[in-house]
Structure formats: C-alpha cells, structure tokens
Design a protein around this ligand. Structure first.
Ligand SMILES: *[C@@H]1O[C@H](CO)[C@@H](O)[C@H](O)[C@H]1NC(C)=O
Ligand SMILES: *[C@@H]1O[C@H](CO)[C@@H](O)[C@H](O)[C@H]1NC(C)=O
Length: 403
C-alpha cells in the first residue's frame, strides 16, 4: 500500500487531510433494525444485529427536553447550544475502520497527527499545512497508533509489525525504533519521558525513551489484545483496556495490576481519567456491552454506569467543565456529550457514516476531532470555556462588594 504522494497531486484533489468539498455534512445512518443476540469477541465484526430499544430522541437537546417549568427554573441560563454541524471536515483517505487502532492525536502545539495506511501525516490546525512525517511502506509495514508526548515535540508511532518508533516532529526525523512486541501496537500513552505501548501480543511495555534499548517493564495481565491505554493526570497510575473485556489499573511499583475491573461485557478501548476528581476513571465497552462505567480507583469501588445503546469507541473529559464526550459505533455512529455526575445528555451529534473510532481534544480543550472509516475527520465545538471558575469568582466578588 503506497501513501498518497504529494508529488503527483494537483491542488487538493488527492492530497490527504484537505478540506472536504461539497458534502460538508452527510447525515447518513447505518440500518436501524439491528439486534444484539450474541457476545461478539471481535469488535470489527459487522454483525447485522441490535434490536435497539426505543430511540432516545427525547434526550437530544431541543424540543424533547423542554419542560413547562424550565423557564421558571432557569430564567437567565438557557441550555448551552452545541452546534450539530462540524466546523470543518477533512478528507482522510485510507483512515482504517479498525476498532483496535488509535490513529488520531492532537498535540499541545496544535498539530494533528493522523495515521493513514502506511503514513503518518501532520496537519497544522493553525495554518492547515500538511506534512508527511513518515512512510512505512518501504518496510512493508503500516501505522496502527500515534501519540504525542505532553510537550508536543515527539510523536510515537505504533506499527502493524510491532515496532514503536519515536519521531521528532519539528525535524521530521526518526529518533529510534523500539522492538519488543511480537504483534501490532494499537495503543500508546506517554508519561513524561516514559512511553507505554499495548499490543495484540497482550503485553504492555513501558520504556524510558532516554535509556538504552532493553530496559523495559513488561506488564502482563491482559489475555487478549490491549486496545486502550491512559495515564492518570497525576502520573501515578496507568489504566489499560483489552479485548478480554478487562479494565486494569497499574502502579509504578508492581508488574501485576493493582486493580482489575471485569464488569464490561465487551472490549474496553474507551478510557479517560477525570481531570477534575482525583482517582475518577471512566470506561466504555464494545458492541455487546455499550455501557459507560465510572470507577473510584482510590477505593476500587464502581460508581455510576449507563447503557449508551451503541458500541463505545472513545471517551474524553472536558478540561473546563465536569462533562465528557463519548464516540460510538454500531449502530448510530453518534457522538454524545454528557454531564457528570448526573449523566444527562447535553448533545448528540451525528454525521459520520461509519463507527466513530477516533477522538482527540484540541489543546485549548474546546474542540474535538473525530475520525471514522468513512475517511473523514470532523471538527466539532463541544466544550466551551465560558463557564469556567473565573466567572463564578467574579460573581462572588460582586457579592462580597455589595456586602
Ligand atoms: C426489520 O426486521 C424485521 C424482522 O426481522 C423485518 O421484517 C423488517 O423488514 C426489517 N426492517 C427493515 C427496515 O430492515
Ligand atoms: C502497587 O500495586 C501492587 C499490586 O497490587 C500493590 O501490592 C502495591 O502495594 C502497590 N503499591 C503502591 C505504592 O500503591
């Protein structure tokens, strides 16, 4: 498989990550007559299944939500409006429709890294400039995951053959290629100078990118492919999800998991630590499960859970408010915004015609980008900064002054 070459392209016609012309908004939906009868061990099975329950249209923002008392209750705070139309759509040819991969990430420096077939492209959210970082086709390999380090200077690239490459983004240079996995690397997570990688070989490897090769920790706990990996905001704990339906939490002093949660009934790819509450972890399950679950990892206790009605592919918290966004596959391919802890739906966004497998949040925390096998990337404004603590502080100041 060859990468789309810049050389032979004229204009935006065949270059990857160009603004999609024409149909900016394609409200397509997969068949709505599916039923789930079985436990599908592979999240990529296109099973014509799912008898979905009454459509939850009443939770969509708009008419369904209005109660006769809403005006009295909140005269000066109308419900926040989230645009149902993406503010930008990019073509992403060869973006794979594979649940177990993680092919989109957004850096602190406002660069998107996207794995398309054998290549990683960088797209600047400031200038819309596209550069090709690497092409693995010369090695007969392809990209299965991408992940920026916290500063946004390095991109880790996981490959189908099991390599983990470290690239200097500004220089466009490969710094190293780490061996150690015997199968594709679908999940990556940085923790300072350490990089964790999760593979189809069921192992999580943890390496310091500064130390010589060979110095690594092998975390063995999953019985199937590892597809989700996230470090906690305090850098103390790693959460991992696998196709064995397990959510594991690891600390830095043991090679055995510190906690193991077995409540999901399908693969766990969607994992997100709350930036607001220490130890609060959210996870989502695949097609046979469809649930969002919340955990207090300080005590090991399960908290809330809710059935979303669709395969959960990805999750992210808002930095600014106690809200989170989830992206979904079978059967509605939707994007949902939730309030926490009430788990009321703030918005439901549709438009992708395939499962919304990829999700990343902008560095300012206001926008998200979603990617799907429909070979588009869609940018949405879902989280606003406007209701941050500054506002309530100024109100408070006003009150103190009046007093
Ligand atoms: C839905 O399923 C029923 C029963 O299997 C079938 O008779 C009907 O034609 C299906 N409808 C659609 C729109 O596929
Ligand atoms: C780390 O996890 C191991 C395994 O569960 C546990 O025995 C140990 O006490 C934990 N260490 C810390 C510092 O939490």
């Amino acid at each position: 498989r060859r990468c789309v070459s810049d050389k032979y392209c004229v204009g935006a016609a065949c270059s990857p990550l160009s603004v999609r012309s024409g149909d900016r908004y394609i409200p397509t939906r997969a068949g709505s007559n599916w039923s789930i009868n079985f436990h599908y061990a592979n999240e990529n099975c296109h099973s014509p299944s799912q008898n979905h329950k009454a459509k939850d249209a009443s939770t969509e923002s708009g008419k369904g939500q209005r109660s006769p008392f809403s005006l009295l209750r909140s005269p000066r705070k109308p419900a926040r409006k989230i645009s149902k139309i993406p503010f930008k759509v990019l073509d992403a040819p060869e973006l794979q429709d594979d649940f177990y991969l993680n092919l989109v990430d957004w850096s602190a420096g406002n660069l998107l890294s996207v794995g398309l077939g054998a290549c990683v492209y960088l797209w600047s959210a400031c200038t819309s400039q596209v550069t090709r970082l690497c092409d693995l086709s010369v090695d007969g390999d392809s990209v299965t995951s991408v992940c920026w380090n916290e500063r946004g200077s390095l991109v880790a690239v996981g490959t189908h053959k099991g390599y983990v490459q470290i690239w200097d983004a500004a220089g466009g240079r490969k710094l190293s290629s780490l061996e150690g996995h015997s199968a594709r690397v679908g999940a990556l997570a940085w923790n300072g100078e350490q990089l964790s990688s999760g593979s189809r070989d069921r192992v999580i490897l943890q390496r310091d990118v500064r130390s010589p090769p060979g110095a690594e920790r092998r975390l063995q706990g999953h019985r199937q492919e590892v597809c989700g990996l996230k470090w906690s905001p305090d850098h103390q704990h790693l959460a991992s999800g696998g196709n064995d339906n397990k959510l594991l939490v690891w600390n830095s002093s043991s090679l055995l998991p510190m906690q193991q949660y077995s409540d999901h009934l399908a693969a766990v790819k969607a994992i997100a630590w709350s930036p607001h509450q220490h130890g609060l972890l959210a996870s989502g399950g695949g097609t046979a499960d469809r649930c969002l679950r919340f955990w207090n990892t300080l005590t090991g206790q399960p908290l809330q859970s809710t059935d979303t009605g669709s395969q959960v592919c990805n999750l992210a918290w808002s930095k600014h408010a106690n809200e989170l966004v989830s992206t979904h596959g079978y059967s509605q391919n939707q994007i949902l915004v939730w309030k926490y802890p009430s788990l009321t739906q703030v918005a439901k966004l549709t438009g992708h015609s395939y499962r919304v497998l990829y999700l990343a949040v902008s560095p300012d925390g206001e926008a998200i980008v979603t990617g799907a096998g429909d070979e588009t990337l869609r940018f949405w404004n879902v989280f606003s900064k406007t209701r941050c603590t500054k506002e309530s502080k100024s109100v408070l100041n006003l009150f103190t002054r009046i007093r």
